[in-house]
Design a protein around this ligand. Structure first.
Ligand SMILES: CC(C)(COP(=O)(O)OP(=O)(O)OC[C@H]1O[C@@H](n2cnc3c(N)ncnc32)[C@H](O)[C@@H]1OP(=O)(O)O)[C@@H](O)C(=O)NCCC(=O)NCCS
Length: 192
């Protein structure tokens, strides 16, 4: 399925407890709300993110150069506030062209309501529709909540490299790669 057809399925409204949440891809007009969302993430956690997300220039760049085929950021929006973001990254060529990478961040006030699970499950369905065969997610060892979430979604720990990566303050951490095969049985059956 083409990415354009997938994007057309949104926005979707979902219930989270009693709150209505709109799930939709990032749009060029989201700069301020997206920046405010990342600014609400505690600094101790921002250390684990790969980009300087409190720098509005970074967010502007993301909102300007939207390429859903490469990076599909799916936002959860409550009112006009961004409360969650899960992204599907595709490599679009080379050795990893069949693999999608997932990442997810939830606003501290909206945690523990299975919002991360909701967004990630949505992206897993999209990844299958895009005919990706495997999904992966990368963590620093200390990201316990995230590792637990992905384990619950059926991801296995593929690799742990002690002290391999450094956070934004240059402190070394274990690198953890988790993965899940998403190719369906019917597709396997059709081969060979
Ligand atoms: C990881 C994160 C996205 C989870 O968001 P969420 O919406 O609260 O997630 P869910 O409610 O779907 O599930 C969270 C699970 O982690 C558990 N959890 C929460 N905090 C935890 C902690 N400090 N240690 C261990 N587990 C924890 C919850 O109990 C829950 O599991 P359970 O339902 O089996 O009890 C959120 O904590 C976050 O944004 N963290 C910072 C960014 C990050 O590390 N992202 C991952 C990068 S890929």
């Amino acid at each position: 399925m083409e990415i354009e057809a997938i994007i057309e399925r949104y926005p979707k409204t979902k219930k989270l407890d009693t709150t209505d949440i709109v799930v939709r891809p990032l749009q060029p007009t989201d700069v301020r709300a997206f920046h405010e969302f990342f600014s609400a993430i505690p600094e101790t956690e921002r250390m684990f993110l790969k980009h300087r997300v409190t720098d509005i220039k970074v967010i502007r760049e993301w909102c300007k150069n939207i390429d859903y085929g490469r990076n599909l950021p799916l936002l959860a929006v409550a009112g006009n506030k961004v409360v969650g973001d899960a992204t599907l990254h595709q490599y679009l060529g080379g050795w990893r062209r069949h693999i999608g990478r997932l990442s997810v961040v939830v606003h501290p006030e909206f945690r523990g309501k299975r919002l991360a699970q909701l967004l990630t499950t949505e992206l897993m369905r999209i990844a299958r529709d895009l005919a990706l065969e495997q999904l992966e997610a990368e963590f620093m060892g200390d990201q316990q909540a995230a590792r637990k979430l992905f384990a619950r979604l059926g991801f296995d720990e593929l690799l742990v490299l002690p002290g391999y990566v450094k956070d934004m303050q240059a402190i070394p951490h274990d690198y953890v790669l988790m993965g899940k095969v998403i190719k369906t049985d019917e597709e396997f059956a059709g081969e060979g």
